[in-house]
Design a protein around this ligand. Sequence first.
Ligand code: GH3
Ligand code: MG
Ligand code: MG
Ligand code: MG
Length: 318
Amino acid sequence: MKPTDSTALLNSASRPTILIVDDDEAIQELVNIYTLEQGFQTRSCSSAESALEEMRKSYCPIVITDVQMPGMGGLSLCRKLRHGKWPGYVYIIVMTGHDQADGVIEALDAGADDYLHKGSPPAELHARLRVAERIVTLEQRLRRTLESKARQAASDSLTGLPNRRTFDRRLNAEFKRARRFAEPISVLLIDADHFKQVNDQYGHQVGDEVLRSLAATLRENLPREYDVIARIGGEEFAAILPHTSREDAAIVAERLRAAIERSPIATAAGTLNITISIGVGSLLNRVSAEPQTTLDVLDEADRALYESKRLGRNRVTS
Ligand code: GH3
Ligand code: MG
Ligand code: MG
Ligand code: MG
């Protein structure tokens, strides 16, 4: 077998798209041919302005641009691409002519990653594109890793629900929103009853199974997409109910309580009947009232939860 250019083995669907920008259509076409034969997808533009428009329509990770063009020049395009917000990194190769005016240093300082003399052989363009592809692939991998780390940091590993930190952030955001638009908002604090007994009697693993099942049942019974259900502590959950008054929150809470009561949980130790107690806290939104903070509302929900426990558990206090 002939030695093959390793990049040619990559399938073209997975190769990054290249945006070619040049006012000279002959050069545009030439670069287009050279890149297409390497299996890249391409799009072409005759001006920097149309290139920016094209990028806004659909992001391209690699841009090859001419320097001298009527209207906005290639270096301005570099600066605009660098300062714009794109879904990922934009790797820019500037094509320089033979004259000194198309300075390499200026191009790099304007934000270009690489440059190419227009007279270079296609093999050099191909090699530079392999560099571009390496960088772009690396950046995509890094971004995916960071995104997945951020997702992990936001959720609780046992149940997959948002964790305490995410709950606090969402609550602050939803609270501000509710206040700005004078809308109601409520919070539920939910605590499993006599959960210590489950652990003591059946072991921690069964306890974990129960927590996972509770999380799933709670989530299933909060179908509105803007409601949040989080695990905020050991056997404690909390819900944020935007646009929900105290009365409506009490109805939702009762639905959750009843759903858990009538859903026996299958575990390694057999089927267990678990109940939950709930406390409701609500933003008053009365103009004359003392401004409440999220802490005030959480405090109120906490006291209501304590009351549910005191009155015998498996109940809602609002
Ligand atoms: P109450 O009805 O008053 O809430 O009683 P309780 O037993 O549920 O309350 P308590 O706060 O005394 O006990 C909570 C228990 O939850 C203690 C702890 O062992 C258990 N727990 C906390 N986190 C986890 C966890 O991640 N997994 C398991 N299996 N148990 C946990
Ligand atoms: Mg030109
Ligand atoms: Mg507790
Ligand atoms: Mg408990």
